[in-house]
Design a protein around this ligand. Structure first.
Ligand SMILES: Nc1ncnc2c1ncn2[C@@H]1O[C@H](COP(=O)(O)OP(=O)(O)OP(=O)(O)O)[C@@H](O)[C@H]1O
Length: 341
């Protein structure tokens, strides 16, 4: 099993940084605490049998620098010495990685924890405000990311440190509220009888929502992929797709508001994931923010909370780099998630 180490025991440079998703893996190398990370081309996970092979070909063969440690963010639960990935055949085995790649130290964290690390310090150029609000408060934050699934994490600010709180917030129940919701919700595909947020607020969920709207209107749904729904919704060519983006924005706003209340996220709510950037014009319409603020008796509290879409192309890597450079700014529990030679 992985031994217990604390955050106060920093990783040694050079540090290999990786964000490993179901489809793509992105890597960079941090030479020291001051240099900008050196980025490497995106690797398609399907092109390599193992993560070690991908790192060897995608990073090690392209540099003469030998990393001493690695911090990787992965989609999936981190338990034990073998970490299977969601939506990908790779199984990460940190002990094997240490011997195969000549590393001394490997840390594995959750992908949304990395997104949470990223929003601790997101420059204006990498975040697009939705309904701008003054951003003067150093306070807890939340990140939600509709992509292949719906990732959610809090970033609690306590004792002058940032503490990422990953969880399964994408699986909370959602229910109908307006008259239109009551028409559409009976047609939304359930999971074991439940409408979890991820049944609506992700790529597959966007298609579920579109299909439900078509069923409610008594028309045949087109065989859309998620991107087809958002394209037809944004260009206005399909009325049901237009409504899909409107309701998607409303439901995302409701859940973002709920998460902001849970974490008392006066420091802001950030929308990450592949979809938020792609539907930015829809999120800037009134629905998202109206639903976000519509939280009686706390409307005034909600109105003051800034909301952003993260536009950084490699936000998780940026978050990992920030942590690797300045670990003492963060309270990241590494028990069972750090392995050493
Ligand atoms: N223009 C679009 N509109 C809506 N959904 C889209 C669009 N383009 C891609 N998607 C959907 O977004 C999801 C992929 O999301 P994302 O890019 O965040 O991937 P991911 O979960 O981070 O995985 P990975 O890290 O492996 O790329 C898929 O369900 C895809 O169908």
């Amino acid at each position: 099993m992985a031994k217990t180490f604390s955050t106060s025991d920093p990783l040694s440079f050079p540090i290999l940084i990786g964000d490993i998703g179901g489809t793509n893996a992105r890597f960079s190398l941090l030479v020291d605490a001051y240099a900008e990370p050196r980025e490497f081309p995106i690797v398609h996970t399907a092109d390599f049998p193992t993560v070690d092979a991908a790192i060897q070909a995608g990073v090690m063969d392209k540099t003469s620098l030998q990393p001493r440690s690695a911090i990787l963010a992965v989609a999936g639960p981190i338990r034990g010495d073998e970490i299977p990935l969601t939506n990908c055949d790779w199984v990460i085995k940190p002990k094997d990685m240490i011997s195969a790649l000549g590393l001394e130290d490997v840390v594995i964290i959750n992908d949304f924890e990395a997104q949470a690390l990223a929003i601790a310090n997101m420059p204006d150029e990498f975040r697009e405000p939705i309904a701008p609000r003054p951003d003067t408060m150093v306070a807890s934050r939340v990140v939600l990311g509709p992509g292949t699934g719906l990732g959610v994490a809090g970033l609690v600010h306590a004792e002058e440190r940032w503490i990422p709180v990953p969880g399964e917030g994408g699986h909370i129940d959602v229910g109908p509220r307006t008259e239109r919701d009551y028409q559409v919700f009976p047609h939304i595909k359930t999971i074991e009888g439940r409408i979890a947020a991820e049944q609506i607020l992700c790529g597959r969920g966007m298609v579920n929502l579109y299909n439900a709207i078509c069923a409610a209107d008594g028309i045949e749904a087109k065989p859309y992929e998620p991107k087809d729904v958002s394209h037809a919704g944004l260009d206005g060519s399909d009325p049901q797709a237009v409504e899909t983006l409107s309701l998607f924005s409303t439901y995302l706003g409701r859940i973002a508001g709920d998460m902001a209340m849970v974490f008392m996220a006066r420091g802001g709510v950030y929308l990450a994931g592949g979809i938020s950037q792609k539907i930015l014009p829809a999120l800037k319409k009134p629905e998202f923010r109206a639903a976000f603020e519509d939280k009686a008796p706390h409307n005034a509290l909600m109105q003051a909370i800034p909301t952003y879409v993260v536009t950084h192309p490699l936000a998780a890597l940026a978050g990992l780099a920030t942590y690797a450079r300045t670990p003492l700014r963060f309270g990241l529990a590494l028990d069972g998630r750090r392995w050493r030679d």
